[in-house]
Design a protein around this ligand. Structure first.
Ligand code: SF4
Length: 417
């Protein structure tokens, strides 16, 4: 979304904007991520590749913004001289000024969006920063304390998005369930979603990044009773072993984590549960890892991400050391993903023969590619509809489609109306 805000400040009559990694543009802005090792590496590789292009004269100006730049500005400046300027996370106006070589006018945030997503869905960032103290996480150090965007601002932004044709709003935050506490002293996430669902044109509201401890129960009834709220939840659980959860400072032990997953499953029978785990956290023994594997087999999460532990400076877990070898971490990640692969196939196979509402995202390689309410763009499953076996479909429209075939991570379907 930061890139979308930046793009909105650049006049398109004088600049042609592209979102790609080809080294042919005159001015290049790299928006970096600096939360964990892999993301940092990827960002640094990208900066170095463009620094080379800048040296060869293919690129005239090179700017770097975002988390990595915020966190390691000084050392990046010292090491990579080809970059014209580095900017932190709250400096979008400054990046725009550097590109335009003049000061930009400050306009309210909700006007500053040039969507990089297809026109029918958009991310809505409802808060920034985080007040939790998970031992492994550098986000609060980079992004600061939790700050909720006031509801009236979000409603205006969502209305503008709906006016532009957005049908699906994907609510994001570092900790979505904390929304409102800094504004009114109480959780306001349910009130916010209820208000957003009144906006005409918005048909799906998706909830991403929730925190398990203190999960607001009224959010469950909202998901059950409000047809616009997707039966989808993204809740990173990180682990299931008591000792590790305590060390991670997650606020819930294994038993309570199980109870929460079970109560979500019981109350929302067709819920798609996306979660994420860390493997290789300091002190994770083979037995603890097996406990995690059993938990994954038992809960059969619809979607699962696995990350290898990355020791981050200035986090409280950093002092514990990085005790588990990268090879073991990698092996554990692969094993967990293997378990998930067969779970995913089993879940998908049960959908064959069912009719589902599909939102068509794009046309690609002879298929209309869409999603159901159970899938978020880019990270989850897709529904593929063969172009040759259907009448013309409109990108951004909903269709009823019958699932004809399933594989590990995708479904095949035929439109029936
Ligand atoms: S809740 Fe998420 S963002 Fe906040 S500290 Fe924990 S892992 Fe980091």
């Amino acid at each position: 979304m930061d890139s979308e805000h930046l793009a909105a400040l650049i006049p398109t009559d004088t600049f042609q904007l592209t979102h790609d990694s080809e080294k042919q543009s005159e001015i290049v802005v790299i928006n970096t991520c600096g939360f964990i090792g892999d993301a940092k590496e990827e960002s640094i590789d990208m900066i170095l590749a463009f620094a080379e292009a800048r040296k060869r004269g293919q690129v005239k100006q090179l700017f770097v913004m975002g988390c990595l730049s915020q966190r390691y500005k000084k050392s990046l400046q010292d090491e990579i001289h080809e970059v014209d300027a580095f900017f932190g996370v709250d400096q979008i106006d400054e990046v725009a000024s550097a590109i335009l070589q003049r000061k930009t006018e400050k306009i309210p945030a909700y006007y500053q969006r040039s969507l990089s997503t297809p026109a029918h869905y958009a991310y809505l960032k409802i808060s920034e920063g985080c007040d939790r103290s998970c031992s492994f996480c550098a986000i609060p150090l980079i992004r600061g304390k939790h700050i909720s965007v006031p509801q009236e601002v979000l409603l205006k932004e969502a209305q503008l998005l709906a006016n532009k044709g957005v049908k699906e709003l994907i609510l994001i935050a570092q900790d979505l369930t904390y929304y409102g506490i800094d504004l009114t002293g109480k959780r306001e996430i349910t009130t916010l979603i209820e208000a957003l669902s009144q906006i005409e044109g918005i048909e799906w509201i998706r909830i991403q990044y929730t925190y398990p401890a203190g999960f607001p129960k009224d959010l469950i009834s909202l998901m059950v009773n409000n047809p616009k709220v997707c039966n989808y939840i993204d809740m990173p659980l990180q682990h299931i072993n008591d000792q590790l959860l305590k060390s991670m400072k997650r606020g819930l032990d294994g038993g309570k984590t199980r109870d929460l997953v079970r109560s979500l499953r019981d109350e929302i029978p067709d819920l798609a549960f996306r979660t994420a785990f860390i493997v290789g956290y300091p002190g994770e023994t083979d037995e603890m890892f097996e406990e995690l594997c059993d938990f994954v087999r038992e809960m059969k999460f619809e979607r699962l991400g696995v990350f290898t532990y990355s020791a981050e400076e200035d986090t409280s877990a950093f002092e514990l050391g990085d005790l588990i070898s990268e090879a073991v971490k990698q092996e554990r990640m692969e094993r967990l993903m293997e378990i998930q692969q067969s779970i995913s196939l089993e879940i998908n196979a049960k959908k064959v023969g069912k009719t589902m509402k599909v939102l068509v995202d794009r046309l690609e390689n002879g298929f209309y590619v869409g999603r159901t309410q159970y899938d978020s763009p880019e990270v989850d499953n897709e529904v593929l509809i063969e172009v040759n076996r259907t009448s013309e479909l409109m990108i951004g429209n909903f269709y009823a489609a019958k699932i004809t075939e399933a594989d590990f991570f995708d479904l095949y379907a035929e439109v029936i109306e």
